[in-house]
Design a protein around this ligand. Structure first.
Ligand code: GTR
Length: 331
């Protein structure tokens, strides 16, 4: 995190803490919710719904609040904060979460899901339960899964049609070693970097590209800096609405139910909003001059991932079963 962001984050955190203290005993302690996205983004809409249902459903006994735009820190830091109780709840992508939840890392194997429907099917079944158990073991109570579509590569230089086109280009990836391996296997160079630094880095030419879904590509403004979007759809990553496990465990049964119902309703709204917004954002970036190229033959990209699967299964024998289960569920 850069210094300005860190100072701002600390100031905001201190203010939030001060406000909670000033509120005194009569009022609920505010549950601070970390969100990386701006207002109006599908995740933000879902999280705001969750907060609203909690606040209303408890007649103000509980108070959840969403802090947007990553002002409470970047994602890997926020994951630690929610685990430790410095923050209360959040919506995380399973990519960076995979670094501390081995079960969750299987979804970061590129091309593991055929499409969104297959991802939903797997996450709604026994594999999803094992991933949830892993998240719980890490000190986070998983409440509901949100959608984040499919991620594709974009860059400032040219359309990517085959892996060789990535040669010599530097791509920002999220914090997870599997993504560094992924870009390297395709012939490019990977640089893990906080989301909030990508726009500037594209503008300055520090990186040539990155990868994301349409709504993030649009809302982050990356589409203004990197005009070539190549539909590789190499990752279909679920996201999870979760809270500090000790906080969840401390709730009464009625409040646990309130939290779970609110999470479910928020996820329904988030998923419905997602499919609408993803389409709209594709049109919006195209209208702004972005060159989108579909990739008819994804086989060369998929083939290049084989060594990553082999290494992963060798190093994580416990997760190898999960990989097989995901593959079998999609046959
Ligand atoms: C978005 C995701 C965020 C964050 C971001 C990134 O699609 O919703 O949680 O992971 O991508 O690229 O860092």
């Amino acid at each position: 995190m850069n210094k300005f962001l860190k100072t701002t984050t600390l100031t905001i955190a201190a203010c939030a803490m001060g406000a909670t203290m000033l509120a005194g005993v009569a009022q609920a302690r505010e549950w601070r919710g970390w969100n990386i996205h701006p207002p109006g983004y599908p995740v933000t809409i879902g999280m705001e719904k969750f907060a609203e249902l909690i606040n209303k459903g408890s007649d103000g006994r509980l108070e959840a609040k969403v802090y947007n735009n990553g002002v409470l820190g970047d994602q890997p830091d926020a994951i630690q904060q929610v685990r430790l109780g410095g923050l209360d709840w959040a919506e995380f992508n399973l990519g960076p979460l995979g670094e501390i939840v081995p079960e969750a890392n299987v979804v970061s194997l590129p091309f593991i899901f055929k499409d969104m429907d297959s991802m939903h099917k797997v996450m709604d079944g026994p594999v999803g339960e094992q991933i949830s158990a892993g998240i719980r073991n890490a000190g986070l109570e998983p409440l509901a899964y949100y959608d984040s579509g499919a991620r594709s590569f974009y860059n400032t230089k040219k359309p990517i049609e085959k892996p060789e086109d990535m040669k010599g280009m530097k791509f920002r990836v999220m914090s997870n070693d599997l993504y560094v391996q992924m870009v390297a296997a395709l012939g490019g160079n990977a640089t893990p970097m906080p989301y909030g630094e990508v726009f500037q880095s594209l503008k300055l030419g520090v990186i040539d590209g990155a990868e994301n879904n349409y709504p993030s590509y649009e809302s982050s403004g990356h589409y203004e800096a990197a005009k070539y979007y190549s539909v590789t759809q190499h990752l279909i990553l679920p996201e999870v609405l979760c809270m500090n496990k000790d906080l969840y465990d401390s709730l009464s049964d009625d409040d646990k139910k309130l939290v779970r119902d609110a999470a479910m309703q928020s996820a329904e709204l988030q998923r419905a909003t997602w499919s609408k917004v993803a389409e709209e954002d594709k049109k919006k970036v195209e209208a702004s001059g972005v060159k989108v190229n579909e990739i008819t033959d994804k086989a060369p990209f998929q083939k290049a991932m084989q060594p990553i699967y082999e290494k992963f299964e060798q190093e994580n024998p416990d997760q190898a079963e999960l990989v097989k289960a995901i593959q079998a569920a999609q046959k």
